[in-house]
Write a protein that binds this ligand. Structure first.
Ligand code: SF4
Length: 313
C-alpha cells in the first residue's frame, strides 16, 4: 500500500469503514469483515488496526487525504457528462462544487481551513486538486471510456466465512467481456521495490470480483495522479489464490488478537502519520481499556509473533 496518507481518505479507508464494527465502548463488537485498507492497517501495525476498528478512535481529517477524496469525486462525476464533454476544463470546473458537497456530507473537513480566514491556503489546496485532475488527462482519455461501474461497493464471502469488502473506483468491461479494475491515487507511484504492496489492494479487489462473478479480471490498473504514472498488472488465478491464502492467515491473526486482546504496536516510519500516538505505548501513551471481553483462559495467549511479520506478498 501507499507509504503516505495521500489520497487514501476514501469512504472505505477512513476510520469509519466498511469493516463491520460499531463504535468502541460497551457496544463494540468483533470485526466481521476485511477491506484492503484495514488489512493494510493490520499488516502495518496491529495496534493501529485495533484503534481504528475495535476502539474506533476519531481521526483528524488531513489536507492530503481530503484532497484525495475530492479528486476521486470529480473523476467520478465527470462520467455523468456526454463523452465529448469530458474535458480537462470541465473536470476542473467540477472541483468547487464537489468541495461544497464534501463539506456538506463530511462537515469535519471544514476544520482543515478554520485558521485560514483569508482563504489563501484553501485556494492553494483547491488549485492543487485541479492540477491533479488535469494530470489525469495525460494518463487516460475519459472521452474514450464508458465505465461499467464507478465507486462500486463489492462484497464477497469466502468459503471460510471471511467477508471481503471494498469500493472499486472504476470497472471497465471490454466488448469481449474482459474486465479492468482501475484505482486512482493522488499520491506518487511507489518505487519498483514497493510495487507489490501497491498491488495488494488491487489483487484484493480482483479476488472479490473473481469470487463474485467467476471472472478473473484481465487487468489491474493504478493511476497515480501525483506523479503521472500508470501501474498495471495482469493477474492469473494463482495470484488470486495466493492473496486469498494471505488474507485467511491475516484474518486468523486478527481473530486471535481480538479474542486475546493482544494487539501489538509495530513502530515504523509510518508512525509519523498516525493519529494515535498519544494512546500508543511506543510513544509513552496508554491504550483505552479494551472494550471486548477476553476470557481469562485466552488472556495469556499470544500469536507466536505473527503480528509483526505480515506483509502484502
Ligand atoms: S504510533 Fe505507530 S506503533 Fe503506535 S499505533 Fe500508531 S502506527 Fe502503531
Amino acid at each position: 500500500m501507499e507509504t503516505s496518507t495521500e489520497g487514501t481518505a476514501r469512504p472505505d479507508s477512513s476510520a469509519v469503514t466498511a469493516d463491520t464494527a460499531v463504535a468502541g465502548g460497551p457496544s463494540a463488537v468483533p470485526p466481521a469483515s476485511l477491506s484492503p485498507s484495514r488489512a493494510s492497517d493490520f499488516m502495518q501495525c496491529p495496534l493501529l488496526y485495533r484503534f481504528r476498528v475495535i476502539d474506533r478512535l476519531p481521526e483528524k481529517p488531513s489536507e492530503a487525504a481530503t484532497r484525495g477524496t475530492l479528486v476521486h469525486a470529480v473523476l467520478e462525476r465527470l462520467f455523468d457528462a456526454p463523452a465529448a464533454e469530458r474535458t480537462a476544463p470541465r473536470a476542473k470546473a467540477l472541483v468547487p462544487g464537489q468541495w461544497d458537497r464534501l463539506r456538506e456530507t463530511r462537515p469535519e473537513v471544514v476544520e482543515l481551513f478554520a485558521d485560514d480566514p483569508e482563504g489563501e491556503r484553501l485556494a492553494r489546496w483547491l488549485a492543487e486538486a485541479e492540477a491533479l485532475v488535469e494530470r489525469w488527462f495525460a494518463l487516460e482519455d475519459p472521452s474514450r471510456l464508458e465505465p461499467a461501474e464507478r465507486e462500486l461497493f463489492v462484497e464477497a464471502e469466502l468459503e471460510s466465512g471471511l467477508r471481503l469488502r471494498g469500493i472499486i473506483d472504476r470497472v471497465d468491461v471490454a466488448p469481449t467481456g474482459e474486465v479492468r479494475i482501475v484505482d486512482y491515487k493522488t499520491g506518487k507511484a511507489p518505487r519498483p521495490e514497493y510495487a507489490e504492496g501497491a498491488l495488494f489492494q488491487m489483487k484484493f479487489y480482483a479476488l472479490v470480483v473473481w469470487r463474485l462473478k467467476q471472472v478473473v479480471p484481465r487487468r489491474l490498473q493504478l493511476v497515480y495522479l501525483g506523479s503521472g504514472d500508470v501501474l498495471t498488472y495482469d493477474p492469473v488465478v494463482a495470484d488470486l489464490e495466493r492473496v486469498e491464502r494471505k488474507l485467511l492467515a491475516l484474518w486468523d491473526a486478527i481473530r486471535l488478537a481480538t479474542e486475546t486482546g493482544d494487539w501489538r504496536p509495530r513502530p515504523t516510519k509510518l508512525c509519523g502519520w498516525c493519529d494515535h500516538r498519544a494512546h500508543c505505548p511506543e510513544f509513552g501513551g496508554t491504550p483505552p481499556p479494551y472494550p471486548l471481553p477476553v476470557p481469562p483462559s485466552r488472556a495469556a495467549e499470544s500469536d507466536g509473533g505473527r503480528q509483526g511479520r505480515m506483509g502484502p506478498d
